[in-house]
Design a protein around this ligand. Sequence first.
Ligand SMILES: NC(=O)c1ccc[n+]([C@@H]2O[C@H](COP(=O)([O-])OP(=O)(O)OC[C@H]3O[C@@H](n4cnc5c(N)ncnc54)[C@H](O)[C@@H]3O)[C@@H](O)[C@H]2O)c1
Length: 349
Amino acid sequence: MSRLPIAVIGAGLIGMTHIDRALKSPDVKLAGIADPTPAAADFARSIGVPCFPDYQSLLAATQPKGVIVATPNVTHAQITVDCLERGAAVLVEKPIADTLADGRRICEASRATGLPVLVGHQRRHNPIMRKAKAIVAAGTLGRPVSATVMCTWLKPRDYFDVAWRREPGGGPILINLIHDIDLMRHLYGEIDSVQALASSAVRGFGVEDTAVVALRFRSGALGTVTVSDTAAAPWNWDLAAGEAERFPRQDINAHFYSGTEGSLTLPRLEVWRYRQDQGPAQGWHDPLTMERTALHIGCPYTEQIRHFAALIEGHEAPVCSAQDGFRTLEATLAVTQAAKTGSAVSLPA
Ligand SMILES: NC(=O)c1ccc[n+]([C@@H]2O[C@H](COP(=O)([O-])OP(=O)(O)OC[C@H]3O[C@@H](n4cnc5c(N)ncnc54)[C@H](O)[C@@H]3O)[C@@H](O)[C@H]2O)c1
């Protein structure tokens, strides 16, 4: 199979990860990059790939079949819609957009052009999550009861030298919690309503540094999430799952899913159940067993690119479609609203 020509718009922190994975991919060929910075132009020259200061010139000159949009959130909708209208499928970084109106624009453009959009919730492509999804889908946990999720860590002081990270919208709810909410939706289905408290007591910035969230799933299951970027703590997906080399991996769990028949911890993939060979369990007096699946570590960004190529070819359906990414954004923005108003926020059916 010949490699599909793709382009990357935005060669910043995460754009460089996509570029690296695209260069190593047997499925795609990097046709070009768009980014206005001299650093991006220098880098593109060093790898022999054309670089354009504006994305319209990139699209016109390279005519890619797929585009990875890795620019700031506020630009996602316009760039994604323009790419779709020029006939390219899009992998847009998370969040799909920074407002619901812009998220809808992307969903509508995908529908109107018939071209797929994949939202960059890369954790769904992690082999750990694939296995977790299979365990839950097989009914191993029985009826979902609760999800308890931790997203606590310490961002270094200089992280906040950038002004937007100190202002509303730049905090751990939209940057980090959105990934956890996406995983919770992926495993337990749609969220019905959310309640939340947020605090900026430690850093004193205009944006939250800590939040606690209670949510109700459509199934009736309940969930809680604690998110903080000012806690000297290891309990979060990034450190526990070891998805990025820049974080020291910790062999711990950060997510706990419980059901009427069993429970699942992540990312260690431990399934806790009553023994299956001694008849129906009576309850907490009986011994529990724990079975752990040990998987090969896989890079979710590499797998995401492979999937993107398969999506462009029409061989696979999107693991996280525009509509799916929109629902995750909707639930995450509801957390901010619930924290602000002190009231529960119901999500549309
Ligand atoms: N999936 C993840 O885990 C993850 C991690 C980090 C960031 N992100 C998301 O990726 C996006 C980018 O974040 P980042 O941290 O890489 O930001 P960044 O600031 O490091 O990089 C953004 C790049 O986009 C370029 N850019 C801005 N406007 C442009 C335009 N109109 N055309 C072309 N290039 C343009 C900038 O010059 C910059 O190089 C955000 O949406 C963010 O939420 C996702």
